[in-house]
Design a protein around this ligand. Structure first.
Ligand code: PDD
Length: 296
């Protein structure tokens, strides 16, 4: 395959030619936000929700949205069309722009807009069947985790600590309560109920949070977002993570111990299996709906 084509400030170019000035505030301060949108069979999944979060993140850090909804949608469609992969990830990245280094917002600068597509590499079947290992860690990030900020040092250090412990993800705790993973939301299953952290400033509201609410409601599985203690996490029947890249994935060991009880311990559980099947069905329905609309 020829080189990826990326979008930078209104222009399309090969990835290797995309350059930003060193005084870009994204480079200097991590002053920007991003989005990661999956597209299956070339159809973005939960696009309107991703776009809404992108706009929320921009507004929370005072960057004027540089595009209309129609322009963002066209940009993503064009990016997907330029690549041959059926399943892709679109990565979008907006910084405050280029200016002389000074912490306060400079006046009158233009945001930098970058977008690229990558092939969607699904979680390997063997990994999906086995589930992943996670470790618990203190959440040492800032207090605005609801913003999808490109300043990801806390997340990077947490992911590396998990990797150093031969784990794929971490489950972080702040003041005794579960927050999220380094790049995913975390779900606890206890007594048939799916539990997730509340929507607040301590976690990123993943696009899969409202999706899981919908899927669980349809499947008759109770779901609650509330504060979850460390004891509840360690006593879980099942643990799961969700993200654009991992979709929904079972966590089968925590701090080296099998998750769950009895026969089921250390294996992806039945609630995970139901939610994952519903997740795949939602993707298929989204594709079918789009094809029907295109044909009309
Ligand atoms: N990360 N929490 C954090 C800290 C995340 O970075 C992510 C996603 C999520 C899940 O959000 P969503 O369901 O919208 O993907 C939760 C992306 C995939 C990333 O940084 O690559």
């Amino acid at each position: 395959m020829s080189e990826q084509i990326v979008y930078l400030n209104g222009q399309w170019m090969p990835l290797s030619e995309a350059k930003v000035p060193v005084l870009d505030r994204g480079f200097i301060f991590g002053d920007g936000i991003y989005e990661v949108v999956p597209a299956y069979d070339r159809v973005p999944f939960r696009w309107s929700q991703h776009l809404a979060r992108l706009k929320r993140s921009l507004s929370k850090i005072g960057i004027t949205n540089p595009h209309t909804d129609e322009q963002w949608t066209a940009l993503v469609s064009e990016l997907i069309a330029k690549h041959e992969w059926q399943d892709q990830f679109v990565y979008m990245h907006i910084t405050r722009g280029v200016a002389k280094r000074d912490h306060a917002f400079p006046k009158g600068i233009t945001p930098t807009v970058f977008a690229m597509a990558n092939p969607f590499v699904p979680v390997a079947e063997a990994t999906r069947a086995q589930g992943i290992a996670a470790v618990t860690l203190p959440d040492e990030r800032w207090f605005k985790c609801d913003i999808k900020s490109i300043s990801l040092l806390g997340n990077v250090l947490a992911r590396q600590a998990a990797a150093d412990a031969d784990a794929t993800e971490c489950v972080m705790f702040r003041d005794g309560y579960m927050t999220e993973g380094s790049a995913s939301n975390v779900w606890v299953v206890r007594n048939g109920v799916v539990l997730g952290a509340p929507r607040d400033h301590l976690v990123l509201e993943g696009i899969r949070v409202s999706l899981l609410e919908e899927l669980c409601q349809r499947a008759g599985v109770p779901l609650e977002l509330r504060r979850i203690t460390r004891e509840e996490v360690h006593a879980a029947d099942e643990l799961m993570v969700s993200s654009a890249t991992k979709e929904v994935l079972a966590v089968t060991t925590l701090d080296g111990q099998p998750v769950g009880h009895g026969e089921q311990a250390g294996k992806p559980g039945p609630v995970y299996a139901r939610i994952y099947a519903a997740y795949r069905a939602a993707i298929a329905a989204n594709i079918a709906q789009t094809r029907t609309a295109e044909a009309a």
